[in-house]
Design a protein around this ligand. Structure first.
Ligand SMILES: Nc1nc2c(c(=O)[nH]1)N(C=O)[C@@H](CNc1ccc(C(=O)N[C@@H](CCC(=O)O)C(=O)O)cc1)CN2
Ligand SMILES: Nc1ncnc2c1ncn2[C@@H]1O[C@H](COP(=O)(O)OP(=O)(O)OP(=O)(O)O)[C@@H](O)[C@H]1O
Length: 209
């Protein structure tokens, strides 16, 4: 199964890296528009965690710029300095000092007063390499999100919503789910919003909204 996951990663990473810059811009604007609508319609969402795009991932910069104009707080992941393989989330503001992590992805400079525990995050926008129509997620292979969320899964996320963010070309027929994989509650692409509730899934076509 490991080999299969590696092959899938290669395939879907190439697909997103092959998008033109015009397609990337269009995707990130469509995603920002849908996310802003979703956040506005869910008044309990006060803090949104995002990511700095890497390797052809959907770029959330327009979303962040728009959120900075509102009262919604924005958070970014930082590779945990002590607990290997886990993430910490830090408050992200226009003036935040950024460093590059070991994967060359920018992350906020570590400062204790800027740490936002997962308990304070309402919507977690998760990068992914591929997703399927059941809410399974394939990431870059570090297991960072799975490990970070494992402790939280026991509490069944009373408030935290997990949303995979992707290009449409990242949809896989079916992904092999590993025992430690945390299923997504939502997947958002430029053209579709999947919501997974228990064993049922429904989608809304953003073009028809
Ligand atoms: N934008 C973004 N941020 C993220 C993640 C992510 O998937 N996307 N992560 C999600 O967990 C964590 C970082 N995980 C990552 C794991 C591997 C690679 C990566 O590029 N691997 C290269 C080899 C890099 C190297 O070691 O030199 C590769 O496989 O080609 C990047 C991020 C935290 N931040
Ligand atoms: N809860 C966990 N506890 C311990 N190890 C874990 C846990 N979750 C994942 N791992 C380890 O992390 C490795 C990578 O996991 P996986 O392939 O699912 O990563 P991924 O979801 O693609 O990556 P990421 O979340 O970083 O984007 C696995 O080999 C597994 O051993």
């Amino acid at each position: 199964m490991q080999k299969h996951r590696q092959q899938l990663r290669r395939h879907f990473r190439a697909a997103r890296n092959n998008l033109s810059s015009a397609e990337q811009v269009q995707a990130s604007q469509a995603l920002a528009q849908q996310l802003l609508q979703y956040i506005a319609a869910n008044s309990r969402i006060k803090t949104v965690a995002v990511y700095v795009s890497n390797d052809g991932e959907a770029d959330l910069t327009p979303l962040v710029a728009a959120l900075w104009q509102t009262n919604i707080r924005v958070a970014l992941p930082v590779l945990h300095p002590v607990v290997k393989g886990q993430l910490l989330f830090l408050n992200y503001q226009p003036e935040t000092t950024m460093n590059k992590n070991q994967f060359a992805i920018p992350e906020p400079k570590l400062a204790c007063e800027n740490i936002l525990p997962l308990a304070n995050i309402d919507l977690l926008c998760m990068p992914l390499v591929a997703f399927d129509a059941h809410g399974n997620r394939l990431g870059m292979g570090g297991g960072f999100y799975d490990r970070t969320l494992a402790a939280y899964q026991k509490g069944r996320y009373p408030h935290l919503q997990l949303m995979g963010i992707a290009h449409d070309c990242q949809q896989a027929e079916a992904l092999p789910a590993a025992a430690w994989d945390i299923p997504l509650q939502h997947v958002l692409t430029p053209s579709k919003h999947w919501q997974f509730n228990l064993d049922t899934a429904f989608t809304t076509d953003s073009k028809a909204e």
